[in-house]
Design a protein around this ligand. Sequence first.
Ligand SMILES: [Zn+2]
Length: 244
Amino acid sequence: MDRLCLRFAAELRFFLAPRHRGGAARVGHDGTSSLGHVVESLKVPLTEVGALRVDGRPVAPSHRPRGGETVDVLAVRRPQEVPFPVPRFVLDVHLGALARRLRLVGVDSAYRNDMDDDALVAQANAEQRVLLTKDRRLLHRRRLQAGAYVRGAHPDRQLDDVLERFAPPLAPWSRCTACNGAIVPVSKDDVADRLEPGTRADYDTFAQCRSCGRIYWPGAHHRRLAAVVAVAREAVARSGCEQP
Ligand SMILES: [Zn+2]
């Protein structure tokens, strides 16, 4: 059987089996599989791969490699273009904390804790959303149009990763963290009957979700949330796309 040498960019190496973590994989090739298939067989989702180069020449994932070729597998460039008009997302069931942070900074992020894999892929495609997940098997789904592996264990680090990767437009405090609906300013009189007496006494500025009716005000958590927003703005700025 012919052999191929694949060299992986540093950002992709953690996907590889331990014996390939040095970045180079020498693999047998049957002469018929596409290069994309060979990359996926090494456990690297194609959603994470940018350019592929064979002996220095750019090729598509459909390229059928020949024995003796050396393939460079690069990571996606950041910020990454999405195949949709705006970067928006659907998150798998394990990423609820990340979903709330993305909504806090105004990024359209669908999330429910009861979606199975088929439903997630269907929603991503139907609504032109990038599927965010830490489950790489989900990213290998043939039908999925756009997906991304989320790096980082802590939701703050995950937020950084998504913002740096996609540089979505930010609109802090415009989206309901509970349901992703739009929140709009409301007068205190309009919501007074739904407020606890302490809140009614201490605050004058309110907003309400158009979808679920939840009421927002700059309360006890505001300083912590404002810090998340500030860090998010820095992450997008680092990606090279300054916010207006
Ligand atoms: Zn809501």
